[in-house]
Design a protein around this ligand. Sequence first.
Ligand SMILES: Nc1nc2c(ncn2[C@@H]2O[C@H](COP(=O)(O)OP(=O)(O)OP(=O)(O)O)[C@@H](O)[C@H]2O)c(=O)[nH]1
Ligand SMILES: [Mg+2]
Length: 262
Amino acid sequence: MIVPCYNEARRLPKKKFLDFRMDNFDLRFLFVNDGSSDETQSVLETMCAQAPERLMSLRLMRNVGKAEAVRQGMLHGLRDNPDFVGFWDADLATSLEELPRFCGAFEMNPAIELVMGSRIRLLGRTIERNAARHYIGRIFATAASIALRMPVYDTQCGAKLFRRTPEIVTLFAQKFISKWTFDVEILARLAASNCARGVPAESGIFELPLAMWRDVHGSKVKLIDGIRAHIDIVRIGWTYRRSGTSAQARTAASGLQIPSAN
Ligand SMILES: Nc1nc2c(ncn2[C@@H]2O[C@H](COP(=O)(O)OP(=O)(O)OP(=O)(O)O)[C@@H](O)[C@H]2O)c(=O)[nH]1
Ligand SMILES: [Mg+2]
């Protein structure tokens, strides 16, 4: 699991990463220090030294942004030929306790290649997000869904897990054109690859409604990033434009089942 870290020295929940284990899975974390200007590097080194077989770090000498930091981490992680590889925000806004459900989705359906957390406020779930960010996020998500021509609910949740297939490996081969909106770009690339394979654009993509998500203070996303992100959606929609509709895809995707929240 790749964890991008930019100036996370104070916020990183070290104990949670150190303590977390998964039954039946050899889970390893790769923390990517994206040219942080605070003490992130020494915090990561101290933490990783406590469990070197499970926790590793990769240092980028200058700040390249989340998209490229995640991509570098994915390329690094993929070299070990893991069954699954993904990325997870360092603030653990999505709790690691959700991870077994992500793996459960893959086990339930071998056709699934990407499981993405989805912050849907349903009764019986704990999705705590400040109202302004929620509504801005909904506008963004709607724009992303239109650009992608896919009924995706939440592109931006920082918890995503991929099955290592040749198509998934290819997704990270080229740099992303956007700095923050790369999650949308991942979907656009996957849709293009699906269409090239002659399968519906949304094939293999599964949104998992989270049981719990909490906004964690100390966000590094500024208002200007939000504005840039909307511009990026237009650029992505144009760059990865494709022919055909996703009507068939919807039918195919509806065959997927949602794993239970337990
Ligand atoms: N590599 C890299 N990672 C960053 C940068 N800024 C933030 N991150 C990481 O990206 C992740 C998400 O950043 P946050 O600041 O939590 O973003 P957020 O505004 O809370 O976003 P949500 O949690 O999705 O609402 C964290 O793991 C950060 O360390 C950056 O410039 N470069
Ligand atoms: Mg966050």
